[in-house]
Design a protein around this ligand. Structure first.
Ligand SMILES: Cc1cc2nc3c(=O)[nH]c(=O)nc-3n(C[C@H](O)[C@H](O)[C@H](O)COP(=O)(O)OP(=O)(O)OC[C@H]3O[C@@H](n4cnc5c(N)ncnc54)[C@H](O)[C@@H]3O)c2cc1C
Ligand code: FES
Ligand code: FES
Length: 322
C-alpha cells in the first residue's frame, strides 16, 4: 500500500496500475479534471501540480517544502508519504487564491489548457519567494508554454502574487498538515500492485538491494522524466518498477575536504545549489537544464543511468573526474 494526502484527504492505494500517472489519476480516478494534458512529455507545463514534502531545517524547524512537478511524467507510487495539491485545491471558502486573482486582474488567463499549469507554477513560486524577483519568476514559468503569447501579463501576475503576500489556507493548516504527514511517514516497503504489475517503494539501500536481487528485471524509477516517456509516448507497460525516491541515503549531499558526494536520487534542483557553489559552470548548465518542474523531479542518477548520448551532466562529470 502507499499513502499520501490529496490536499487534506488521506488516500491509501494498493491495487492501482503502477504505470498510472498522477495526471490520469487526478482526472480519471478522483474526478479532478482541472489539471490538463497538453503534451504528456514534460514540455508544456499544462499538467503542473505541486507536491509538498516534510522538511527539517538545520535549526530543527519542520516545514513543508512545496515544489512544482509535471504530473504527466510522475507515477502515483512516487507520492508515497507526500501531499499532492492540484488546481482545484487553491480556491478556499468560495474565494479564489491570491495567485488566481492575480491571473484574473493582470489578464494573464486566456485559454483553459495552459492556465491551470501557470496557476500551479505561480503557487509554487509564491510559496518559495519572500518578495517579487523577476529572475525567479522567469525560472518558475519557463516550463509553462502559452501558445497565444500571453507571457507579459502572466509575469505581471507573478509579480503581484509575490508582492506583500498574505498567509493562505495552506499556511493556516501547516501544523496540522505536518502532523498528518508525520502520521503517514513510510515505515516499511510500500507497494502498488495491480496483479500483473507492481511498483515497490523501499526506504533503505539494503531493502533496495534485496528487492533488486528478487526482481532483477525491475526498472529503477527515480524522477521518471525519462522512464515515464516509455509509457506516455511509446505506450509500453512497465511490469516491475522500484522507486528509489524514498531512499534517504540516496538523496543526501555531503561535502568533504576533498570531494562532494551526491546521492543518485538527489533532485537536479537540489544538485544545482551544491554544484553551483563549487562549480559555477556546472550551475549554469543545470540552470538551463529542461525546466524547473523537470529539475524538481529529475535526478542526477537518472541522467547518468539513462545513458542518453545527449545527456547533459555526464560530459561535465567526466571532465571533473567524478
Ligand atoms: C521536457 C524534458 C526536458 C529535458 N531536458 C533535459 C536536458 O536539458 N538535459 C538532459 O540531460 N536531460 C534532459 N531531460 C531528460 C531527463 O530529465 C534527465 O535525464 C533526468 O536527469 C532523468 O532523471 P530521472 O530521475 O527523471 O530518471 P528516470 O526517468 O527515473 O530514470 C531514467 C533511467 O535511469 C535509470 N535509473 C534511474 N535512477 C537510477 C539509479 N540510481 N541507478 C541506475 N539507474 C537509474 C532508470 O531505470 C531509467 O532507465 C529532459 C526530459 C524532459 C521530459
Ligand atoms: S502535459 Fe505537457 S508537460 Fe505534462
Ligand atoms: S493562455 Fe493558453 S495558450 Fe495562451
Amino acid at each position: 500500500m502507499i499513502q499520501f494526502l490529496l490536499n487534506q484527504e488521506l488516500r491509501s492505494e494498493h491495487a492501482l496500475d503502477p504505470n498510472l500517472t498522477v495526471l490520469n489519476y487526478l482526472r480519471d480516478h478522483v474526478g479532478k479534471p482541472g489539471t490538463k494534458e497538453g503534451c504528456a512529455s514534460g514540455d508544456c507545463g499544462a499538467c503542473t501540480v505541486v507536491v509538498g514534502e516534510l522538511q527539517t531545517d538545520n535549526d530543527g524547524r519542520e516545514h513543508i517544502r512545496y515544489r512544482s512537478l509535471n504530473s504527466c511524467l510522475t507515477f502515483v507510487s512516487s507520492l508515497h508519504g507526500k501531499q499532492l495539491i492540484s488546481v482545484e485545491d487553491l480556491k478556499h471558502q468560495g474565494e479564489l487564491h491570491s495567485v488566481q486573482k492575480a491571473m484574473v486582474e493582470c489578464h494573464g488567463s486566456q485559454c483553459g489548457f495552459c492556465t491551470p499549469g501557470f496557476v500551479m507554477s505561480l503557487f509554487a513560486l509564491q510559496k518559495n519567494s519572500d518578495a517579487p524577483d523577476p529572475h525567479k519568476a522567469h525560472e518558475a514559468l519557463a516550463g509553462n508554454l502559452c501558445r497565444c503569447t500571453g507571457y507579459r501579463p502572466i509575469l505581471q501576475a507573478a509579480e503581484q502574487s509575490c508582492c506583500g503576500k498574505q498567509p493562505d489556507q495552506f499556511d493556516a493548516r501547516e501544523a496540522d498538515t505536518i502532523a498528518r504527514l508525520k502520521a503517514i511517514a513510510p515505515t516499511s516497503i510500500g507497494e502498488l500492485n495491480s496483479g500483473d504489475k507492481r511498483c515497490l517503494v523501499p526506504l533503505t539501500v539494503a531493502d533496495l538491494a534485496d528487492l533488486y536481487d528478487a526482481y532483477p528485471q525491475a526498472r529503477l524509477l527515480a524522477g521518471g522524466t525519462d522512464l515515464a516517456l516509455e509509457v506516455t509516448q511509446f505506450h509500453r507497460t512497465l511490469p516491475v518498477m522500484i522507486y528509489v525516491g524514498n531512499v534517504a541515503e540516496m538523496k543526501r549531499i555531503e561535502r568533504f575536504d576533498d570531494r562532494l558526494e551526491i546521492g543518485a536520487a538527489t533532485a537536479l534542483s537540489d544538485c544545482y545549489e551544491a554544484l553551483n557553489a563549487e562549480y559555477p559552470d556546472f550551475g549554469e548548465l543545470l540552470h538551463r537544464f529542461a525546466s524547473l518542474q523537470i529539475r524538481n523531479q529529475g535526478t542526477l542518477g537518472g541522467n547518468i543511468g539513462n545513458a542518453s548520448p545527449i545527456g547533459d551532466s555526464p560530459p561535465l562529470l567526466i571532465a571533473l573526474g567524478a
